[in-house]
Design a protein. Sequence first.
Length: 171
Amino acid sequence: MQNQINKLVRRIKNILAIGKVNSVDSEYQAQASFLDEEIKDKTHIPQHYGFTSRPLKDAEVYGICPGNRQALVIFATDDKRYRLRLENGEVALYTDEGDSIHFRRGNKLEIKTKTLSLIHQDGKHDLISILYEIVDALDTAQTSTMLGPQPLSSKPVFAKAKEKIKEYLDA
C-alpha cells in the first residue's frame, strides 16, 4: 500500500511544478528553474485577455505538466515582494516600483504613480475641457468688496493654467 501511495505522490509531483523565474523574453516565454536544478527554457506564460504582465527575476511560477515535463506550461506567477495588502473583496494592479490602481472597499478608487498620462485616441478631451471651464470660471470670478466687485485673485495663476490647458487641447 505504501508503495502505491509513493507512486501517486511522485506522479503528482511530476504534474505540478513550483519554481522561480530566471528571465522572461518579449514573447512572454520564461526561463524558469524547477525542482533540483531543472531549468526549462521557453516556458509559455498564458495571459488573461486584457491583462498582461512580465514577471521579474525570482518571481514564483506555478506550472502544470500534461503528462510530459517537456510540455510544462506556467499557469500562474506571483511576487510576494511587491504584493499589496488588501481588505476582503478589494482588487489591485501593482508594479515593483510602487505604482498601483487599487479598488478599495466603499467604492473608492486609488491610483498611485509619479506621472499620470491620459491618452485620448478619439481626440476628445472631456476631463481636460471640464478642467479648463473650471479654471476659466475661477479666472473671471469676482468677489464683492467695499470697493465694489474685485477679481477673486490678483495673481495670474488662473490665466497661466488656462494657457497650459489650451496648449494641451490644441496639441
